[in-house]
Design a protein around this ligand. Structure first.
Ligand code: UT7
Length: 323
């Protein structure tokens, strides 16, 4: 008997305020045409004043619980992937726990920037497979609008706010690739590249800081590393691009998404794309895309799904799961 971490529910929340590319034309030297053609982004959502990452996460978590037909106290573990927690501490995850009225179990954050949700999924899988948790609520939630330099046109047009949540539950499998649940994981990081995508402040340096990115360099690593990590994860269980029903990639740039799919030999009609509507929501982008992909009727039970992401660190990885 093999214990699998199987998807039980999914949900998301996007803040009300939608900001089209044209709004940036009034603020900085940019154009809708440049943003669309270089990134694929057409609009993004920004959190309202006072609305925090855990507020978004709680809304997404409630949607996932409803989808799963579960109550908060049915959950054993909450993992929130975020780089924009409300406070230095406690974790966003304990705030979500409180926001849901959950009085049992445990909650903690994972910080691997845009790859955070993949790292969180891997952690949740390990907790479930080892018997430490039966049900895990895995959330990606961000308010990147709070760390954008509105004078840096190379970054401020690219990011958005939002949250997505997935509930995983322990289930018995056969130990084959036909099992539902997480089948394989591949995680990587390389701190030599810490200065091509970072925030130039933090608690220990005593200022909040702004996001800084050498876009072209990150782009180059993304195209090379995303297909490689997906290939590695699939290879661990003897699968390849041909077996994939849906790639659900980190939504940073449509050109990166297309190049990765091409390298994996997967046509674009088997890729869930939301970047045009959400922008780059960092750790929230994959669970948002999973939820929207299910809502659109793209992802169905039994489908083989591959998620892949890269972000600051650099940190990158991939999860293969049967929905
Ligand atoms: O989520 C974490 C992972 N992050 C990513 O994956 C992001 C990776 N990088 C990218 O997506 C792309 O590199 C960008 C979308 C950030 C930029 O696209 P690019 O094709 O690499 O453009 P570039 O940075 O080489 O800039 C080209 C030109 C420059 O002008 P010059 O030097 O050629 O005269 C920039 O100054 O575009 C200029 N530019 C802009 N022009 C209008 C940069 N930002 C803007 C802007 N509007 N917003």
């Amino acid at each position: 008997m093999t214990i699998r971490a199987v998807v039980k529910g999914v949900g998301h929340y996007l803040p009300e305020r939608v900001v089209p590319n044209s709004e940036f034309e009034k603020m900085i030297d940019t154009s809708d045409e440049w943003i669309r053609s270089r990134s694929g982004i057409e609009r993004r959502h920004f959190a309202a004043e006072g609305q925090t990452t855990s507020d978004l996460a709680v809304r997404a978590a409630k949607a996932a619980l409803e989808d799963a037909g579960l109550e908060a106290n049915d959950i054993d573990a909450i993992i929130v992937a975020t780089s924009t927690a409300d406070l230095t501490f406690p974790s966003a995850a304990t705030m979500v726990q409180n926001g849901l009225g959950m009085t049992n179990g445990f909650a903690f954050d994972v910080q691997a920037v845009c790859a955070g949700f993949v790292f969180a999924l891997s952690n949740a899988n390990a907790l479930i497979v080892s018997g430490q948790a039966k049900r895990a609520l895995v959330i990606g939630a961000e308010t990147f609008s709070r760390i954008l330099d509105w004078e840096d046109r190379g970054t401020c047009v690219l990011f958005g706010d939002g949250a997505g949540a997935l509930i995983l539950e322990a289930a018995e499998g056969e130990g084959t690739n036909e099992d539902r649940g997480i089948l394989a994981v591949d995680l990587n990081s390389d701190g030599r590249y810490r200065d091509i995508l970072y925030v130039d402040g933090g608690v220990s340096t005593q200022n909040t800081g702004f996001l800084r990115m050498q876009g072209k360099e990150v782009f180059r690593h993304a195209v090379e590393k995303l297909a490689a990590t997906a290939h590695t994860a699939l290879g661990k269980v003897g699968l390849s691009g041909e077996d994939v029903d849906w790639i659900v990639p980190h939504q940073a740039n449509l050109r990166i998404i297309k190049a990765t799919a091409q390298k994996m030999g997967v046509p674009m009609d088997r890729v869930v794309v939301t970047v045009q509507d959400h922008g780059n929501t960092s750790a929230a982008s994959i669970p948002l895309a999973l939820s929207v992909g299910k809502e659109r009727g793209q992802i169905k039970p039994g489908d083989l799904v591959v998620t892949e992401a890269i972000g600051g660190g650099l940190a990158w990885g991939s999860v293969v799961l049967r929905w």
